[in-house]
Each structure stands twice: as structure tokens, then as C-alpha cells.
Design a protein around this ligand. Structure first.
Ligand code: PEP
Ligand code: MN
Length: 354
């Protein structure tokens, strides 16, 4: 309260807090009185208090999110995908593939390549949220079918984006993990639907979202009953056009201290520049990322989206070779596909490439 606040003004604040259903604890000090609000369930509408006479400042002591917080759950959450791959454990999970599914040959080709190079998850958009309405929008359900075929052939789990609430069910039918893109991080109807559909969700940080906003977006998923949420740092907007975004590496240890949820890094969208992807992938693993999601294309110059940041398969091989020792230096390793995911066909393919 302001140092000139009258006893009546203090009583009025106490009444309003009690009226809101919480306890009020006035704590008189030498200069001013502070009033503690107890029983806060995270839904306090602080604007109601800020407008009262004599109130100097409303200071939030507890976090606005609950279920995603470390206080709610101390141990790390681990998310297990359909093929048995675990995200959030000791293994750093590599997810790789094109920005968009462009056709059968393209996706089957790159799936086999990234799988043989060490990826456990295949990425690829079937529904693309493009900045321009004239850009390639994705193959839609046909793209989902092709991803499912690639999964069958390789044993890779599939992560692909849902761009609207009405599309969540179709994506969930095919995908092992539903991606919510940066542009949709605060699409609350989409989050609510994804929270109810029963598949793990990869939630990407909005391009100008704070960490608190990211965690509140994740809270939507958990509050709808979905505990299987993986966060993704994919770079934030800056003033410098030299890179597409600035990959916020501090977000990785920061998020880990605030939440029990796993976090992965996307050095492809985080930089927008092919030659910068592997250095930032190395840095993200060193910073403690639970995985990487990387764009790799069989022929990047011909890619229908994000070609400039897509790695050639040989570059992905180099990324994998560099990240393994870094993971081991911090007591981790690169995740590998569990045995059951290795079908006879895949085993044969692996042996021929080793
Ligand atoms: C993508 O993964 O291809 C994508 C569109 O990412 P973001 O939502 O981070 O821009
Ligand atoms: Mn992309």
C-alpha cells in the first residue's frame, strides 16, 4: 500500500481480496503496509486490486503457471513416443527431415537417410503455416499418409504440424507427436484441442514470446489433461537481418529450472542459414537440450520451403558426428531407436550402411 494509505483503504483492499475468495493478511511495516493474498490458485485478476485507492503496486510472488512448474513436479518429465523413443531422459533425441513433405520419393528418400544417420524422429510438414498465402501450403492429408508410410519403412516416429483446431484429429491419427508452430503458440482453441487428443505435443516458442508466455501456453495443454508436452526453442525476432532469428540458448537452462518439461532446440529456424545450423546444434546440446529438430532435404536448392536453412544429408551426418561427443561430455548420449522399432527391413538397411 502507499505510505499515505488510510486504514479505510487498507480495509477496503482486505474486503475485496476476501470477496474474491482468498485470504488477506495485512503486514504493517515502518513505512507502509503490505497485504498478503493467500490461497492464490493462479487465477487472481490483479487488475481488480491495482485500481483500488491507496494501492501502490501488486507484486506477484507465485508463478502464474502451475502444472508445468518445477514446484508442481520436481523430477523431469519424460515423454515416450510411439516407437519407444524417450524424450527428456539421458538420450538426446535427433528429429530430422524436410520442412515440408513434397512427394513420396522425397520423403521416403530423406527418411531412410536421416534414419541411417542417427535420427529417431522424422519431421515434415503436411500443413504448412506460410507467411505468404501464395507459398506452398503443404500436401495436406496426402502428406500425412506419406509420413505414415515413411514411418512404416524406417521405424522413425513422426512429428508434424497441426495448424487449426479442426485439423488436430486428422494429424493425431497419423502423427506420433503433434507440432504446434511458432505462429500458433498462442492459438488457445488449437492448444485446447491438442491438449485433449491424447498424443504428445511439440510446442514451439512464438517468435516474440517470453518464457512465461511459452510456459502458460504449455499450461493450456496440461490443464486439458495432456502431460506429454515438449517445448521447443526455435529462435526469436531481433533487429539484425543477418540471421532469420536469434536462437535463444539461455532459454534452455532457464526453462529447465522453471519447468519439469523437456525442451528441444530448432537450430534451423533459429538461424535460417544452412552453415550456421551445425554450430548452433552443437551449442544447444552443450546447453542441455533434450533433443534437436533439424531441417534436412535431399536437394535443398529445390526445396519448396525453407531450402536456405535445410541441411544436405552429408551436413546432417557431420552434425550427428559433432553432437555425440558433446552429449557424452555432459553425461548424456545421442538416443538410438529401440530394438522393436528396428524391423527386419530396417536392420538390413542399417547393416549395409555400416
Ligand atoms: C517448421 O517447423 O517448419 C515451422 C514452420 O517452424 P516454426 O513454427 O518454428 O516457424
Ligand atoms: Mn520450416
Amino acid at each position: 500500500m502507499d505510505h499515505r494509505a488510510t486504514p479505510e483503504q487498507i480495509d477496503r483492499v482486505v474486503d475485496v481480496i476476501e470477496d474474491m475468495g482468498y485470504g488477506a493478511k495485512p503486514m504493517p511495516g515502518r513505512q507502509r503496509t503490505a497485504i498478503g493474498l493467500v490461497g492464490n490458485d493462479g487465477r487472481v485478476e490483479s487488475a481488480r486490486l491495482e485500481g483500488l485507492e491507496g494501492v501502490r503496486e501488486v507484486i506477484k510472488v507465485s508463478k502464474p503457471y502451475k502444472q508445468v512448474s518445477r514446484e508442481w513436479r520436481e523430477e523431469d518429465s519424460v515423454v515416450t513416443l510411439g516407437n519407444g523413443v524417450v524424450i527428456g531422459g539421458r538420450g538426446v533425441v535427433l528429429m530430422a527431415g524436410p520442412c515440408a513433405v513434397e512427394g513420396r520419393e522425397q520423403i521416403l528418400d530423406i527418411a531412410a537417410q536421416v534414419r541411417n544417420l542417427g535420427a529417431c524422429v522424422l519431421r515434415g510438414g503436411a500443413f504448412k503455416p506460410r507467411t505468404s498465402p501464395y507459398s506452398f501450403q503443404g500436401l495436406g492429408v496426402r502428406g500425412l499418409e506419406l509420413l505414415a508410410e515413411a514411418r512404416e519403412r524406417t521405424g522413425l516416429a513422426i512429428v508434424t504440424e497441426a495448424v487449426e483446431p479442426e485439423g488436430v484429429a486428422a494429424v493425431a491419427e497419423y502423427a506420433d507427436m503433434i507440432q504446434i508452430g511458432a505462429r500458433n503458440m498462442q492459438n488457445y482453441p488449437l492448444l485446447k484441442r491438442a491438449g485433449r487428443v491424447g498424443k504428445p505435443v511439440l510446442l514451439k516458442r512464438g517468435m516474440s514470446a517470453t518464457i512465461t508466455e511459452l510456459l502458460l501456453a504449455a499450461e493450456y495443454l496440461l490443464s486439458e489433461g495432456n502431460p506429454n508436452v515438449i517445448l521447443c526453442e526455435r529462435g526469436v525476432r531481433s533487429f539484425d537481418p543477418q540471421t532469420r532469428n536469434v536462437l535463444d540458448l539461455t532459454a534452455i537452462p532457464l526453462v529447465k529450472s522453471l519447468t519439469h518439461l523437456p525442451i528441444v532446440a530448432d537450430p534451423s529456424h533459429g538461424t535460417g542459414v544452412r552453415t550456421k545450423v551445425t554450430p548452433m546444434a552443437r551449442a544447444a546440446v552443450a546447453a542441455g537440450a533434450d533433443g534437436l529438430i533439424v531441417e534436412v532435404h535431399p536437394d535443398p536448392p529445390e526445396a519448396l520451403s525453407d531450402g536456405a536453412q535445410s541441411l544436405y544429408p552429408e551436413q546432417f551426418a557431420e552434425l550427428v558426428a559433432h553432437c555425440g561427443p558433446i552429449a557424452r561430455a555432459i553425461g548424456r548420449n545421442l538416443a538410438t531407436l529401440p530394438e522393436p522399432a528396428l524391423t527386419g527391413a530396417v536392420k538390413a538397411a542399417v547393416h549395409t550402411t555400416m
